[in-house]
Design a protein around this ligand. Structure first.
Ligand code: EPZ
Length: 416
């Protein structure tokens, strides 16, 4: 397995381009299943998760053409609406094919995604919503089997805010008979980007970005071209990396408009942040101030930035209180950060991070995507060498990570 070697201590400075959003591209690629016409997507990030999903779609019979960040999918010849365990277990978001398959083909057999390091990750809300729209859903032998000749519009209410739950049900509702109303919908920008893509394909959707989304079902959708939005979590990750190294960076092909909660915290920590039309600049202070935070659904502070801020607080002045309210086990990075010298105490879903003067390089292990990002951030500021093991987690969500860090002056090397 690959490892990442980081020599800490360099200030990050310079400019890099941000890639398309993984968590927008994943549902958007699945939306191609809703039409028999080809759909073209641009600004699709080259990530392992994207590759896995494209393989999954291909084995269903979707024709896939890929040219750099441009992907064209043609689901005209899908003959096999099945998502097998071998592929789904490596990429949970494969559950996003469920809604489109039932809506277009009247049946779907999708492996349960199973849990992952950060939590059980159940999909009961996805199933409950499809049942409310008339699908017969059986969960047996680790698979979700859903059947319905034609879904009927319904009023859906999710018990908690669920991003992919909202996305699955919104896609299914596009071809249902009548109106569907999703209440308690996720407001994440990636949900809005998916809605914009579906509307370009002929869907009739209003309210995306709010907590009530209305979808008028139509008979069929048509082809379209859609550019995936910038990755706000990749953006936030590099902003944190610049912040901890006392650096000054400019990130292009991105926007600050989906990162208000994160930018507020970076400014509270003492950073200067400048927003441009499609770029964002950060100038870090000599020493960061600790910032407490509580994760919650958008537009509140995103859970996907919690690990990165734990690394930032590890070297900030003062004590930060971090509360994780979305996932039940998303502090795995804490013990690894402690190996680097961080002073962190965990009490249930709350972490108390007491800033230390400096971290010392060590060998640490990545456990999940954003935990690995927090180890990279800590390695950049730790004194000496840090080796991060199991960096396949990083490759799932960060395109060209070493190249982008090196372009900002980091001393980083991938060890095969
Ligand atoms: C999406 O996951 C993201 N993934 C996650 O990003 C992100 O952390 C998460 O939303 C929260 O923002 C993608 O978009 C591909 P949820 P998702 O359904 O949709 C519970 C990353 O690092 N729940 O919003 O799976 C669930 O257990 C990844 O890029 C149910 O109980 O998250 C969790 O506690 C990690 N039943 C909470 O709701 C359900 O049916 C929110 O989960 C669905 C969810």
């Amino acid at each position: 397995m690959d490892k990442l070697l980081i020599e800490g201590g360099t200030r990050l400075a310079g400019e890099i381009a941000i890639s398309g959003a993984k968590n927008a591209a994943l549902p958007i690629l699945c939306a191609a299943l809703l039409t028999k016409e080809p759909v073209t997507f641009t600004n699709v990030p080259r990530l392992n998760d994207i590759g896995t999903l494209l393989r999954l779609l291909e084995q269903m019979g979707v024709k896939v053409e890929r040219d750099g960040d441009r992907v064209t999918l043609d689901a005209g010849g899908v003959a096999n609406p099945v998502a097998p365990y071998e592929l789904v277990k490596t990429m949970r978001a494969s559950i996003l094919v469920l809604g489109p398959l039932v809506a277009r083909f009247g049946s779907a057999k999708v492996s349960l995604p199973g849990g992952c390091a950060i939590g059980a990750r159940p999909v009961d809300q996805h199933i409950k919503g499809l049942q409310a729209m008339g699908a017969t859903v059986k969960v047996e032998h680790g698979y979700v089997n859903a059947e319905c000749p034609r879904l009927k519009g319904a009023r859906l209410f999710t018990d908690m805010v669920t991003v992919t739950g909202t996305e699955n049900l919104m896609m299914a509702a596009c071809l249902a008979d009548g109106e569907t109303v999703i209440e308690n919908a996720a407001r994440e920008p990636e949900v809005v980007d998916l809605a914009n893509c579906l509307v370009a394909m002929g869907a009739r959707i209003s309210g995306a970005g709010g907590d009530v989304i209305r979808i008028q079902g139509v008979k069929e959708l048509h082809g379209a071209t859609h550019r995936v939005m910038p990755d706000r979590i990749e953006t936030g990750t590099y902003l944190c990396a610049a912040a901890v190294t006392g650096g000054e960076v400019r990130l292009t092909n991105t926007s600050s408009s989906y990162l208000d909660a994160v930018i507020d915290k970076l400014m509270d920590a003492g950073c200067e942040v400048f927003s441009e039309r499609d770029a964002i600049r950060l100038k870090a202070p000599a020493r960061l101030q600790a910032v407490s935070l509580r994760t919650a659904p958008y537009p509140a502070f995103p859970t996907d930035m919690q690990a990165q801020f734990m690394a930032l607080n590890a070297v900030a002045e003062g004590t930060a209180v971090i509360r994780e309210t979305i996932f039940e086990n998303r502090f795995m990075h804490a013990v690894e950060l402690q190996r680097l010298g961080a002073d962190i105490r965990i009490d249930g879903n709350t972490a108390f991070v007491k800033g230390v003067a400096g971290l010392q390089g060590a060998t640490v292990m990545a456990t999940d995507l954003r935990a690995s990002a927090s180890l990279v951030i800590a390695g950049l500021v730790a004194e000496g060498s840090t080796i991060i093991e199991r960096i396949y987690h990083l490759d799932r969500g960060y395109e060209n990570l070493e190249a982008k860090l090196a372009a900002l002056g980091a001393r980083v090397e991938r060890l095969k």
